[in-house]
Design a protein around this ligand. Structure first.
Ligand SMILES: Cc1cc2nc3c(=O)[nH]c(=O)nc-3n(C[C@H](O)[C@H](O)[C@H](O)COP(=O)(O)O)c2cc1C
Length: 382
């Protein structure tokens, strides 16, 4: 059973990477996560010059919601890029894991200068960030700017032979941007960065929960997983270069979905940021369990792209879900979620009532999603 994978030339001992952000401003978090199976890390997006107005971050900078999603309004770098050149890169390299330097793609000269300088250290790849959702609004939406993308890749490709990953966010122009990046020599697409901007308001004070002017921040974590997965699936159907999936991954099941949608590897940010570095251990242990219980797969690489040929047509018929008589506690939550009045409870002598699905069930599957995970009593039958 093998957990190895690779993104082009970058070899990974597991499919899990630590994504760019505040917790990769220094190597410390990765050094804690690496023994738990995190296979490599992407630095905070570095800039050669951090404008004076970006040396302080508005506060509060985070708003966590729904137990696993968040808004953030981070910007700038608290440490200068030279910190990574002089200290950080060697710290990561000493673990034997790949280091990917994230470079802000906004200032093209600065981006090239950083790449020339890091090339001397032999880093594994550059991830060029043109997709921060909240700063996008402030700085010209580079995430959908094909002309800027062209300038970036045409220039940067002349400066380095090291793999270049382009980091994009969900947008209506995602495929256009990614196809353009591939044709101009990008080695991989990473998707998605934060999505938005989004906003939350504290109703006691009527103030936005984030301190940034305008109140808008990037949405990350559980709330964006289905969108990130859709992006990865679309990109993988279209591109030849590898896709790295990112967005809302907290569990092994979500890693597997990303791989099946075509990702060669995944990046995590909100899950480790909110749950700590041990999240990698739990995910990898569940990933191993999945492989053990599905002996038709001997490696994670065999999962990559399995869904790509399974979305070609509509499916109009699907058998109704099945209630597990042993697990159902008769709580009735599924009844409230059934818009078609197809579920009722029947008494069972000496036992809890049982949810029964009638013939007018149209297999919408809403009941499966509301059955509490601790009962897990209703299963789809595809
Ligand atoms: C606080 C915070 C800071 C971030 N900073 C960066 C950054 O500097 N560069 C970048 O490319 N992405 C940055 N991101 C985006 C993450 O790398 C990642 O793409 C996004 O959070 C979606 O993944 P997740 O749902 O696993 O968090 C940041 C995200 C958060 C929450």
């Amino acid at each position: 059973m093998s957990l190895n994978t690779q993104v082009g030339k970058v070899k990974l001992r597991t499919p899990l990477l630590l994504a760019s952000g505040y917790i990769t401003e220094t190597p410390e978090f990765f050094l804690k996560a690496q023994p738990y199976g995190c296979a490599g890390m992407v630095t905070r997006s570095l800039k050669q010059h951090v404008p004076a107005e970006r040396t302080r971050v508005p506060a509060p900078r985070y708003a966590v919601f729904d137990q696993g999603s968040m808004l953030n309004c981070e910007w700038g770098n608290e440490k200068p890029w030279t910190y990574w050149k002089e200290y950080g890169v060697n710290q990561i390299k000493s673990t034997g894991c790949p280091i990917i330097i994230s470079v802000s793609g906004r200032d093209l000269d600065g981006c090239c200068n950083l790449i020339r300088s890091f090339d001397e250290l032999g880093v594994n790849a550059y991830e060029i960030n043109i997709s921060c959702s909240h700063s996008g609004v402030l700085h010209g939406n580079l995430n959908i700017d094909t002309v800027h993308l062209q300038h970036v890749l045409e220039t940067v490709r002349q400066v380095t032979e090291t793999p270049i990953w382009i980091k994009l966010s969900y947008s209506n122009f995602l495929l256009q941007m990614a196809t353009e990046a591939e044709s101009l020599g990008a080695d991989a697409i990473v998707c998605t960065n934060s999505i938005g901007p989004g906003m939350l308001i504290d109703t006691k004070t009527a103030k936005p929960k984030l301190g940034i002017k305008g109140g808008g921040g990037g949405v990350t974590g559980k709330a964006i997983f289905p969108i990130a997965l859709w992006c990865v699936h679309q990109l993988s159907q279209t591109l030849k270069i590898p896709v790295v999936g990112c967005g809302g991954i907290f569990m092994a099941d979500e890693v597997i979905q990303m791989l099946m949608a075509g990702a060669s590897a995944v990046q995590l940010y909100t899950a480790p940021a909110l749950k700590g570095p041990r999240v990698f251990k739990r995910i990898l242990s569940d990933l191993e369990k999945f492989l053990e219980t599905h002996p038709q797969y001997t490696s994670v690489r065999e999962l990559i792209g399995l869904t790509l040929d399974k979305t070609n047509g509509h499916r109009f018929s699907s058998p109704p879900p099945v209630v597990d008589e042993k697990k159902c506690t008769g709580c009735g939550i599924c009844i409230d979620a059934c818009a078609f009045d197809a579920i009722s409870l029947v008494r069972r002598p000496g036992r809890a009532a049982l949810a029964v699905i009638a013939d007018n069930c149209i297999s919408c599957n809403a009941c499966i999603g509301v059955c509490p995970p601790k009962f897990d009593a209703i299963k789809a039958s595809f």
